[in-house]
Design a protein around this ligand. Sequence first.
Ligand SMILES: Nc1nc2c(c(=O)[nH]1)N[C@H]1C(S)=C(S)[C@@H](COP(=O)(O)OP(=O)(O)OC[C@H]3O[C@@H](n4cnc5c(N)ncnc54)[C@H](O)[C@@H]3O)O[C@H]1N2
Ligand code: MOO
Ligand SMILES: [Mg+2]
Length: 623
Amino acid sequence: MPSLTFTVVTVSDSCSRGECHDKSGPKLLDLVEKYFPNSRTHADIVSDDQVAIETCLKYWSERSDIIITTGGTGVSPRDVTPDATLAVIDREVPGISQTLLIKSLEVTDMAMLSRSVCGIRGKTLIVNFPGSAKAACECFDFVQTVFQHAVDLIHDKLGNVKKTHASLHQNQSVKVEVGVPKSKVFIPRSAHRNRTSPYKMIEVEEAINLIRDSFRLDDKYELVDLENAWGAILGENVSSVDSLPPFPASTKDGYAVIAADGAGVREVVNSVAAGDQPDVKILKPGQIVRINTGAPVPPGADAVVQVEDTKVHISDAKGEEITVEILKAPTVGQDIRPIGSDIGSDMELLKTGERLSSAHIGLLAAIGRTSVKIEKSAKIGILSTGNELQSPHESIKPGKIRDSNKLTLINLLKEYGYSSNDCGISKDNPDDVLLSFIKAFRYNDVVITTGGVSMGEHDVIKNVLMEDFGAEILFGRVNMKPGKPTTFARLEFEGKTKFVFGLPGNPVSASVTCILFVIPGLSFCSKAFFSHRTISVHLNEKLSLDQRPEYARATYTKTDDGRYVARTTGNQISSKLNSFVGANCLLILPGQTSEQKTLPKDFEVEAIILPTPNFNCTEENEI
Ligand SMILES: Nc1nc2c(c(=O)[nH]1)N[C@H]1C(S)=C(S)[C@@H](COP(=O)(O)OP(=O)(O)OC[C@H]3O[C@@H](n4cnc5c(N)ncnc54)[C@H](O)[C@@H]3O)O[C@H]1N2
Ligand code: MOO
Ligand SMILES: [Mg+2]
């Protein structure tokens, strides 16, 4: 493929002022590199100012085949990218902007508020994408298939144009090859579908062991800026290079003196503040220098006397000190931090495997590090699946429900210290699930889906994973309530290993299985293994046992005699999300046997402690 020159222009007041990091520009450049590996790229950032944008577009159109702008396409007063684009283009290409609108409307109704324009200036195609990184990347996916052909046409490259036309005539699926992928999954007629699950039912412990044995990230370490290192596991031993303080520094506001001079009246010969260059003049007996905390102690001085232990003796007409009386005889070294007293040079400071706290990061900053090697944390994507799902902010249509799982899981992961990416909502059909997975795998190592893993003819997650991605389903059914159809799969995507936790759609099942499998699972690729804290609790009520081992939402309290007593939050049906509200533990109840169908009041069971917003994994959760 001939090489194209792309310029990605981020339009944002705050990014252009350097007040925030540009997220969409770099992501778009990644996509350009991925889809057009031979291309040349430029990037620019410009404020939301129409004249500035026009100037920028004119400049880059002399140097690019395609300019992608991101940001400023909306309807707020500062959104002027489309206006600037219209002002500089010779001809509009409405098909591209209309495609962006139609496809984006499938993702969100908010797309109606985008005023994106596409057009040609000279020999350059200019396309406006929205400012959000997610939306901009989606837009890139929607229209990137026509970029090469558009440039060929604009440049009148007849040979290439003919080739594309010929392949379009010969093979109607050319769009499929480079654009929307088609799933291989075949959905059998209703009479021919599975009536028993083909997946072996395994126990929870076995499932956790399978995750532990297989969950590995391809890249073990990554280099991150200090700003983004908090909470990560250090992947290197860190030693200092220089000393801190790099000069003998005063720990008091007062006077640098010669200790041997003792108490008495002294001449103030200089003044030195924090940040001043260390003095070169050597202090002579009888002289002192006014000094501030943190300032370099001048050569010759070997003590600092705090201002409280001094008195002005003579001052000049302007009120400046000429001589000062030292009231207390100082001792050598008094109130001076010697060179390297905080951090010596070549000192071993931090060891690989330590979790980076604010103090670690401060230390790294103090020794001049701007980035640090950390254990790579998995990039986690969350994908909801279901024809019935709408985003919570959309007005609800008949037959639909709001997608509560995505926000629950994103925040549940946060409670355990993990951030995650929203991969949207997929419809329950193989093509849509396939496309959603492709997009999710591009940016994530682990994709957590909810829904579509049970026995319904629209439950296609496992089949898409196996047939379209060649995934190995490590397990597809677990003997537990809730969470029976929980699925865990491993696959290769574009040369990288990806993992999928296919959680059941029922909201409680999704949360319980996330807690039980995903949270420990994520820690298995790190030095910081995590296992849930459990306590023994006494039941406050008689409980009926389910056929399957059950994880029941409950609230435990500590009694005056130091025992923990727990009561379930009521109806435990796996759709009832509010059975989680107020729960602070999950009771681990055994499956029923012919001998034991209930547990009596006061019976002692183990309970997993749940996170609370102020969750501290190591502290006891007392209420
Ligand atoms: N014939 C059988 N049917 C079912 C079985 C079974 O063994 N045989 N298992 C049941 C169990 S147990 C569970 S759990 C569910 C799991 O089903 P899926 O994972 O396939 O999930 P869906 O069918 O897509 O949805 C189930 C339920 O959850 C609601 N849902 C889905 N996603 C969301 C979301 N993002 N936010 C809120 N609610 C969501 C969905 O509307 C359904 O009501 O299967 C049983 N069936
Ligand atoms: O296993 Mo399902 O999660 O009971 O409802
Ligand atoms: Mg289902």
